[in-house]
Design a protein around this ligand. Structure first.
Ligand code: FAD
Length: 475
């Protein structure tokens, strides 16, 4: 049973025209399924083209008490962009909000409508020698990236969306569908409280982001990459050595376990195994150096520079480096980007998006592997992650398929999360944000006062019910 009355549908159609309102169950299918989860059931899918339309839709939903969920590329991994099964939640899809895409090379900024894809933005930036350096294995929309504060594989050098958002336009969930415009493109602005930052990483809970102004960067003129095999227990020492030797040219340091790499080689068609004799090491690190200024006459190429600095590190008495394979960056990144796909193809994965102080990543990993080996020996650890910024996609793959009792799976989740958060001071959501998939974890692990103030702060902006997640305050 839908909660929408014929009058609601008439209002939506008057705002958007008939092609902007999707009510047919089959047509709503694509908006109901999230990247990694099963389907929910939208009451309707609304597809505005302009901010004024978003404003009128939001005002109507608030007036009628309808919960609505902003949805962009729908690549989020925590069930934040799709409705539940009640048939009572409306999806506002930003996919047709693609009108604005203005590049300003002098300011080195881009003003972008929320529904523009990352790939489309980068295609528009390329002729200007610019790019948005947030790199991930999906192609989300800019509004969704701001709403989730996307991190990605080059966080180490460039940071997350928060560091790039210089301005925002957002429609607030109130009876007027008020449009708030925050700092249009200023790099420095200390004239107000930092409201703009409230909306970066707000997971659709504070309103609908309709436009974003971003700082963008010069494209790399030269890239060099290598797969490094660290000595046992020496990944962080290797990172510190590289940071000292490569300076700001170091753009990525991505850890990959043998379990994760094996699954990618086994299941992703066409993926090349670069290791000598195909022997996959226990752990490897993909390292990337980039230079945005072209090499000058006589300056060694970046490949040569990388090779010589690795040779220097390898020659140290206490070297953290066991071996290194240099190769075309594209080939090496293909392995990194294939890890998720390989795991999904291999079977049922219990996944965690953890983050730690980076000094705690491998201490946690060792303790978790030990606990799992004794209590959950049927699970294989197939982790990978942006370890230079403390990120760890701690994935567990169950041998022999996915027929697992829900209670044991819940026990496994609780074991890992308790160790990560209470044992090692980690976060249960390093970069994927909040959604229905981690609602229980939020309630269990986020301290009461933090939840209480978060809910109060959200109430300042949101009069209506917005977003898939609930900022609960219950103990
Ligand atoms: C293969 C793969 C790899 C990934 N790798 C990474 C990674 O390395 N780093 C990383 O951080 N993430 C990663 N992700 C997760 C995901 O791609 C990001 O979270 C992405 O930024 C989500 O953007 P989206 O446009 O798909 O948003 P959606 O999935 O549509 O929405 C995500 C959340 O934002 C809210 N939202 C969406 N649009 C708006 C809007 N306009 N206004 C207000 N709220 C809105 C939604 O309600 C929801 O809560 C990966 C996902 C996949 C599938």
């Amino acid at each position: 049973m839908t909660v929408l009355s014929p009058e609601d549908c008439a209002v939506f159609e008057a705002i958007l025209g008939p092609d902007g309102v999707v009510l047919d169950r089959a047509d709503m299918g694509a908006y109901a399924v999230a990247a990694r989860y099963g389907a929910g059931r939208p009451a309707a899918v609304l597809r505005p083209r302009e901010t004024s339309e978003v404003s009128r839709l939001v005002a109507h939903c608030v007036a009628r008490g309808l919960r609505f969920i902003p949805q962009s590329g729908n690549t989020g991994l925590v069930l934040g962009s799709t409705p539940d099964n009640s048939g009572r939640e409306v999806v506002i899809s930003l996919e047709r909000m693609t009108g604005a895409l203005e590049v300003d090379p002098l300011d080195r900024t881009a003003r972008v409508a929320a529904g523009v894809r990352l790939s489309a933005l980068n295609a528009a930036l390329e002729p200007h020698g610019l790019f948005l350096p947030i790199d991930l294995g999906a192609d989300p929309m800019i509004g969704g990236m701001a709403a989730t504060n996307t991190g990605g594989a080059r966080f180490l050098r460039y940071g997350d969306m928060r560091r790039h958002v210089l301005g925002l336009e957002v429609v607030l969930p109130n009876a007027q569908g008020e449009v708030l415009r925050l700092s249009g493109g200023l790099r420095k602005d200390n004239s107000t409280l930092p409201l703009r930052q409230m909306f970066v990483g707000s997971y659709g809970l504070l309103g609908v982001i309709t436009e974003v102004t971003l700082e963008v960067h010069p494209r790399p003129a030269e890239t060099a990459a290598a797969l490094l095999i660290p000595r046992p227990h020496a990944v962080l020492e290797l990172l510190v050595a590289l940071e000292a030797e490569a300076g700001e040219t170091l753009t990525a340091f991505e850890g990959m376990s043998r379990g994760a790499m094996d699954k990618a080689f086994a299941h992703v068609p066409g993926l090349r195994n670069p290791f000598p004799n195909g022997e996959v090491p226990d752990y490897a690190v993909l390292v990337e150096l980039t230079r945005s200024a072209p090499a000058r006459d006589g300056q060694p190429s970046l490949d040569t520079h990388l090779e010589s600095l690795l040779a220097g590190i390898a020659a140290r008495d206490d070297t953290p480096l066991a071996d290194a394979l240099l190769g075309p960056a594209d080939h090496l990144w293909a392995l990194r980007h294939a890890l998720s796909e390989g795991l999904r193809a291999a079977g049922a994965v219990v996944g965690f998006d953890l983050a730690f102080r980076r000094s705690a990543v491998f201490a946690f990993r060792a303790a978790a592997c030990e606990q799992l080996a004794s209590r959950f020996p049927d699970y294989q650890v197939c982790d990978f992650g942006h370890v230079a910024d403390g990120g760890l996609h701690f994935n567990l793959l169950r041998a022999g398929g996915d027929a697992e009792a829900p209670a044991r799976r819940a026990e496994l989740r609780a074991t890992v999360l308790t160790l990560a958060i209470e044992g090692f001071g980690g976060s249960f959501s390093g970069e994927h944000g909040l959604g229905r998939a981690n609602q229980d974890t939020y309630e269990r692990f986020v301290p009461g006062p933090v939840r209480r103030y978060s809910a109060r702060l959200a109430g300042v902006f949101a009069e209506g019910s917005v977003g898939a997640f609930r900022l609960s305050t219950e103990p």
